[in-house]
Design a protein around this ligand. Structure first.
Ligand SMILES: NC(=O)c1ccc[n+]([C@@H]2O[C@H](COP(=O)([O-])OP(=O)(O)OC[C@H]3O[C@@H](n4cnc5c(N)ncnc54)[C@H](O)[C@@H]3O)[C@@H](O)[C@H]2O)c1
Length: 258
């Protein structure tokens, strides 16, 4: 099936878009002409982000979504279709961070991390993929992973494992769904200035000076650094790119000296 001529506005669904990296992605994709669906477990922050977008003249709706629940992920996609007629882009940015010594990690905390970061990404990809296949003209999915998919961080066994899983899931979906013209890529940030990072700093779980010194470009990422990469991978400029992870990290992963 070819893309309908009558309905030009493409639709991007973004999980975790109430704040942080997801919110910045929403603004970048809105500026690129997409209608935005803000999907977040916290309806109030989703609403605030959508209001901000609409006040700036963009088009945005919300759907409260808990990515750990497959029915909620399916509802997210169906609600996007009901509101705006189609789904062209999915960005999975919902996430949590809970560092702690691996010897003390509770099974419930391990499972929560897997449910949000890995299982949630899978459920959302599956629902969006089914919708894109049904539509027939393809689409693009970007999963937000992390440099921790490649580099081991202490006290983050569940986070690193989940993100490594997302990187592999991205590759499998890319090769399975290429036949449907659905491109699937990942973006892996290094430490980025968001609420997540602020919370870790406030809890003393993160030493800003040490982290900054470890990054060749000498600073944390900002949310626009990350959103620029996502917008590129969603765009026609990336039309032959699939199954890749783009690490936006100021040289962090390349660095192997002291
Ligand atoms: N901030 C960093 O340094 C950094 C670095 C690498 C990767 N990441 C990844 O980037 C993504 C975004 O991180 P951020 O820093 O913007 O975090 P953030 O905490 O600022 O925002 C995360 C958003 O996800 C939402 N969310 C949490 N659980 C959810 C659920 N079950 N269902 C739906 N929404 C849910 C939250 O409500 C929140 O709005 C995450 O996947 C994170 O792991 C962040």
């Amino acid at each position: 099936m070819t893309e309908p001529e009558t309905q030009k506005a493409k639709v991007a669904v973004i999980t975790g878009a109430g704040q942080g990296i997801g919110k910045a992605i929403a603004f970048h994709l809105a500026a690129d002409g997409y209608t935005i669906v803000i999907a977040d477990i916290r309806e109030e922050v989703a609403r605030l982000t959508a209001d901000e977008l609409n006040q700036k003249g963009f088009h945005a709706g919300i759907v409260r979504t808990d990515v750990t629940d497959p029915d909620s992920c399916e509802n997210m996609i169906q609600s996007a279709v009901a509101q705006f007629g189609r789904v062209d882009i999915l960005v999975n940015s919902a996430g949590i961070s809970k560092p702690g010594p691996t010897l003390d990690v509770l099974p419930a905390d391990w499972q929560r991390m897997m449910n949000i970061q890995l299982n949630g990404t899978f459920y959302c990809c599956q629902s969006a993929g089914r919708q894109m296949v049904k539509q027939g003209w393809g689409g693009a999915i970007v999963n937000i992973t992390s440099v921790t998919a490649q580099a081991a961080f202490p006290q983050r066994a569940s986070y690193c494992t989940a993100k490594a899983g997302v990187d592999m899931l991205t590759k499998v979906l890319a090769i399975e769904w290429a036949q449907y013209k659905i491109r699937v890529n990942a973006v892996g940030p290094s430490h980025t200035e968001t609420e997540m990072t602020k919370t870790l700093l406030a809890q003393g779980l993160y030493d800003l000076e040490t982290v900054t010194k470890r990054i060749p470009m000498g600073r944390l990422a900002n949310v626009d650094d990350i959103a620029n990469g996502v917008a590129f991978l969603c765009s026609e400029k990336a039309s032959f790119i699939t199954g890749q992870a783009l690490y936006i990290d100021g040289g962090y992963l390349a660095y192997g000296y002291f």
